[in-house]
Design a protein around this ligand. Structure first.
Ligand SMILES: [Zn+2]
Ligand SMILES: [Zn+2]
Length: 142
């Protein structure tokens, strides 16, 4: 994924009526540079070196504000932990049950499926992405 530039970030914020603070930018940029889908705590460890004095609470709040605006994605894992994804393009995830890694993959055939008619009986579908449980390549051989 290409690194996000500040000008682009500013535009995204303007459209959403959000203040383009440098803290939010660094949080988003750091998240976008990671393929690991970190939790808020893990991301705090990454950004605290770049933003000395930033509080855990600010990182949490910024992540949630940016997620609510659609600038990053929240991934709720089956165990209940919330992870964050800086890649907002359509993709799916493999959760390795051995090491806990969350890996990206594309699934164009799934993305092209029409919504099941049964959804109309219970609500309205907006977006879908799949979480597959299994093992990553490193753990598969063990
Ligand atoms: Zn693994
Ligand atoms: Zn992802």
């Amino acid at each position: 994924m290409p690194a996000i530039e500040y000008d682009h970030f500013k535009e995204l914020c303007q459209v959403r009526g959000l203040k383009a603070t440098s803290q939010r930018f660094i949080i988003l940029k750091t998240l976008a540079s990671l393929a690991t889908h970190p939790t808020a705590d893990q991301l705090f460890d990454e950004v605290s070196g770049k933003l000395p004095g930033i509080s855990r609470d600010t990182v949490y709040r910024s992540l949630n504000i940016l997620a609510d605006c659609g600038m990053l994605k929240r991934l709720i894992m089956p165990g209940g932990a919330t992870h964050f994804d800086g890649d907002t393009s359509q993709h799916h995830h493999l959760l390795c049950e051995a090491c806990g890694k969350i890996l990206d993959f594309e699934w164009p055939d799934f993305d092209r499926l029409p919504w099941p008619v049964a959804i109309d009986a219970v609500g309205h579908a907006r977006t879908a992405s799949v979480l597959i449980m299994g093992r990553c390549l490193a753990c598969k051989g063990q």
